[in-house]
Design a protein around this ligand. Structure first.
Ligand SMILES: [Zn+2]
Ligand SMILES: [Zn+2]
Length: 247
């Protein structure tokens, strides 16, 4: 039976150098539940090392945690990758790590990159340059995500930095994004006016939370059967009564 699932599909943890230390997987899960969100995605920059902790923290709760990542392409465009299973995200992580700029994170300049467990215990400090661009072009990023059966969503297309439109000037027809994401900085009416050119793509909106208070500031409602990426893909394409709503 179809029902509504409230989703915030773009959340950074303390593994992202730019996110606050309070963004532990455990605290994120707690906050999402408090805000009556049904589905979240953990989407750190170029890494997924805190996904397992978030899933463990959400075990036996009603919250679904998708395994995600926000890839920085060689053009410096951000692309969200969303998966149901840990196996796919770990394959993606291997590919992204082997395409990451070599070098060590400057913690003082960019921030710490903390890997934790579901109890908020620190397991490791990731030393990779997660903030940097990868060698993956937007085409190879989207193709790689799709080859692993994930959803590829163009992040915050309305932003004038790090979005596909800010970096390429437009969205090439042959880039098969599952959806475009609008940020909290734009409402539905503004999006309709500014991005009519791209209304053949499904649109979603999410918080891109870097602080606990940001979680759920913007959500997308998926009307569908079950909280899986396959059903989300059907909702994005209006298949058999499934659909998405935001704003
Ligand atoms: Zn981004
Ligand atoms: Zn982000």
């Amino acid at each position: 039976m179809l029902r509504e699932f409230k989703a915030d599909l773009h959340i950074h943890t303390c593994l992202s150098p730019c996110a606050e230390l309070e963004m532990s997987p455990r605290a994120i899960v707690k906050t999402a539940i408090k805000k009556e969100i049904d589905i979240i995605a953990i989407t750190d920059h170029n890494s997924a090392e805190n996904v397992i902790a978030a899933r463990k923290a959400a075990k036996n709760t009603g919250l679904t945690v998708l395994a995600g990542m926000e890839i920085t392409t060689s053009e410096e465009a951000h692309i969200l990758a969303l998966f149901d299973d840990l196996e796919s995200i770990s394959k993606l992580q291997d590919i992204v790590y082997s395409n990451l700029m070599p070098g060590v994170n400057d913690e003082k300049r960019f921030g710490e990159q903390i890997v934790v467990n579901e109890k908020d215990e620190v397991l490791d400090f990731n030393k990779r340059l997660l903030i940097a661009a990868t060698d993956l072009s937007v085409y190879s990023a989207v193709n790689t995500i799709h080859s692993l059966s994930g959803l590829a969503i163009a992040s915050h297309v309305d932003k004038d930095v790090f979005s596909i439109i800010s970096q390429l000037g437009f969205i090439p027809d042959n880039l098969k994004f599952n959806a475009l994401e609008m940020s909290v900085h734009i409402d539905r009416k503004q999006a309709d006016a500014l991005f009519a050119l791209y209304n053949s793509y499904p649109w979603i909106s999410s918080s891109d939370a870097h602080y606990l208070a940001d979680i759920g500031k913007r959500t997308t409602t998926f009307i569908m059967n079950e909280p899986t990426t396959a059903d989300m893909a059907s909702a994005l394409n209006n298949i058999e009564g499934r659909r998405v709503e935001w704003g």
